[in-house]
Design a protein around this ligand. Structure first.
Ligand code: 5RP
Length: 290
């Protein structure tokens, strides 16, 4: 019960210290609500301003991908080195202990499987309420800019942005690349800018030549996907170049969990993203840890 008498008198008002006015460090998020900023701060490390997301959502279209045959065995040793775990609700609920207490990027679209002739069809399969129940720091929506179904995928994105805005949950729009889509600066500039203007607070895309003009033209942070498994040295070079060119981090899957030493690779990528390590320094770290 609140006491009316015997309380210590309030007197330390710090009259010589004006309230500090800070701007929020995540690109484009200055005018977001507190809850949205809190979630973005769980994704983007307040010290470096960047993020290392571990993507292991591949099973939702590819089945048991190499390296992810057993999520319960693959993910726990990697989780300590990731800022964010990006996955489907099925994977998270069944294989990620809530005690990890990591930021979750929840894939909320259901897309066509790799067996389907057209990979560009998807719909929103996860309610925002389920994202809240999973304490998601971010909702992930796949889009297919330039495909037959681009409008459908923009609707999925807009629906989830509307829902995310209601509850303060940022949305990460993913620019998927199909077989027939270009992987040029022009394409990625167009795709990332469209998703940002639709209201996505974070964009996931692919690295390309001239990437600094992709990040410059995008008003919100961009993280890069890793793509197909490539030698570790090359991946670290790509990560370094992406950060140098303005990426706010990575959201990598196959190049981590299909590496000959996934934990060492994740730690090497971390050194590039958070500690400004060069690709050579990061590769040396990988070799020393593996
Ligand atoms: C595809 C996706 C993924 O399923 C996944 O996250 C890709 O990661 P990676 O290319 O690094 O294996 O977002 O658009």
């Amino acid at each position: 019960m609140v006491d009316k008498i015997g309380n210590i008198l309030a007197k330390d008002y710090g009259l010589d210290r004006p309230v500090e006015q800070k701007s929020f460090y995540v690109k484009g998020a200055e005018h977001c609500d507190w809850g949205m900023k809190d979630r973005l701060a769980r994704i983007f490390d307040p010290k470096s301003g960047r993020t290392v997301m571990l993507a292991f959502d591949h099973g939702y279209i590819m089945g048991p991908t190499a390296g992810l045959e057993r999520l319960d065995l693959a993910i726990p040793p990697l989780a300590p080195y990731a800022d964010v775990l990006m996955a489907t609700r099925g994977a998270i609920k069944s294989c990620v202990p809530p005690t990890f207490n990591k930021a979750i990027a929840l894939r909320c679209t259901t897309d066509t499987s790799v067996l389907h002739e057209d990979l560009s069809y998807g719909h929103v399969g996860v309610d925002v309420e389920d994202a809240i129940r999973l304490n998601a720091s971010c909702i992930v929506v796949q889009t297919f800019v330039g495909s037959k179904n681009e409008v459908g995928s923009f609707k999925n994105l807009s629906d989830m942005i509307n829902a995310g805005n209601r509850y303060g949950i940022p949305v990460m729009g993913v620019t998927a690349v199909g077989k027939e889509m270009e992987r040029t600066k022009r394409y990625f500039q167009l795709a990332t800018r469209i998703l940002a203007e639709l209201g996505a607070q974070v964009i996931k895309t692919y690295y390309c030549e001239g990437f600094e003009e992709v990040t410059a033209a995008c008003p919100v942070p961009i993280v890069i996907a890793g793509g197909k498994k490539t030698p570790e040295k090359e991946v670290l070079e790509m990560a370094y170049n992406a950060i140098r060119d303005g990426a706010a981090g990575v959201d990598m899957g196959r190049n981590i969990f299909q590496s000959e030493n996934p934990a060492a690779m994740l730690r090497a990528v971390r050194a590039v993203v958070h500690e400004n390590a060069s690709a050579e320094e990061a590769y040396d770290l990988f070799l020393s840890l593996k």
